[in-house]
Design a protein around this ligand. Sequence first.
Ligand code: GLY
Length: 579
Amino acid sequence: MRRVTGAALGIVVMGALVAPPAQARPQVEKKPVAEGYGGAVATVDLDASKIALDVLKHGGNAMDAVVAGAAALGVTEPYSAGLAGGGFIVYYDARSRRVINIDGRETAPAKMTPSTFEGIPFDQAVTSGLSVGVPGSVAQWDLALRRHGTLSLKKALKPAADLARKGFVVDQTFYDQTAANAARFADITSTAALYLPNGAPPPVGSTFRNPDLARTYQELADKGPSWLYGGKLGQEIVATVKAPPVTPGSTRNVRAGLMEVSDLRAYKALTPEPTKVRWNNLDVYGMAPPSSGGSTVGEALNILEYAGPVGLSEYLDASRLAFADRNAYVGDPAFVQVPLRELLSEGFAKERACLIGDTALPHPAAPGQPDGAYGPCATPAPAPGTKEQQPEGPETTHLVASDRWGNVAAYNITIEQTGGAGIVVPGRGVLLNNEMTDFTFGPAPGDPNLPAPGKRPRSSMAPTIVLKDGRPLLAVGSPGGATIITTVLQILVNRFTFGMSLPDALAAPRASQRNTAATQAEQAFIDRYGPELTAKGHTFTPTPEIGAATALEFLRHGKVQAVAEPARRGGGSALVVKD
Ligand code: GLY
């Protein structure tokens, strides 16, 4: 979304930065679609895409590219991504021809209990030390590179460190996101100092530099992950979590957190088996729990497989049913029994699909019984007392990359809310996550997503890779909280059921039904499809924008199409190695 300063991609010659001659290096432009060969990337941001592409051009693979790109997004998209956050990678490894998951989700501190958030207003939890989870991104980057990359973490972090030092040009999206957070940023001294210079958001067109973050990346590169997981950086994070630097005179109740250095030492990135469903003669691989992304996208696709002719009404109802089951059954599998196999089974899909008829399902849909004993169609009973889901924000980001060897990466990275906990670690230029607000606050007996020591909160992130006949066909993902699931689902349905091109499938207006009374929808969706769907009983709440997807499609003869948003979040950036 932001343009890099001339210097940021300059060439270092004998330690000096020199601007490349204009004719020798044509300006790379931000565009949402690119087609070509030898590898491709798509992110929401031109600087991050350029850095990921540069990695590919210099012999790196798709995993190297997404790790370097994610670190760059920590600079230019600091309210959505960063080294103090977490995320999920779905990766097609060309050598083994397998799809794998790498889980870098934040964990709850050992002192957290199921009642930690009880009675705390959500907006107070958002800006607090209490909401900060043990960061997972750095352990994830390290594991991802060691297992699947060719670069060291040190090398992968260097472009992002350079970018943080040299700066990027502030665009409208960065300005708007800063302005939307200005009140809470002003209440934290370190955050105000970085993101509200002169007491206001940096103006559009100005160059924003983050020298503290540049040094943090550099030191992390030099010292390795243990500098965070128990070392000095970790100690500073813990100190900040325990005593957030509240601006003198602020009346905001910024609660202290529970994290200890021992929590950081205990952190591990994980490699669960990906989710997989067979849909439309394709194999759709997603992210395993604690993300509900793979299971909910997968269940909804499975339902659609048996729902008869699929139109938008069926898309909305399949999503409603899958969300009812997600909310009832999905949490961190290390703590709760997630009936994943049943949720993704043909029998369960048929039992759920037969509830879908000519008119919209009654609200709220009750969860099904994924018990393996699948019988005749039940009545589509509403479930009184179901907690209404909250509207979702635009948080998080997603990037994709492929390489000349055929590896493919889809990577969701987040610090949860746009702006995370709103707390910058003093002197480090890094915003802390507020991922613990993804837990259910309770009291909610039996809820699979209540906090517990060491538990990962349920996520909606849904990086997805589709194989056809065992080969990558498509990779896709999006930001947007729980709307991530519906955005990915809708893009897959647009592409493979409605036959849109991938750019059209991303650009099409979106609607998100998450077992809510009304479906959240972009105005263009309501204008175009509202009358026909309202006649079937669907209702809509307008929302300005849903998601900001990035995707790749593998065309014939080695050609790849990289796709980003044409307009949402200011539009994204797709690049290929060779046109
Ligand atoms: N924090 C957004 C998600 O994990 O779904």
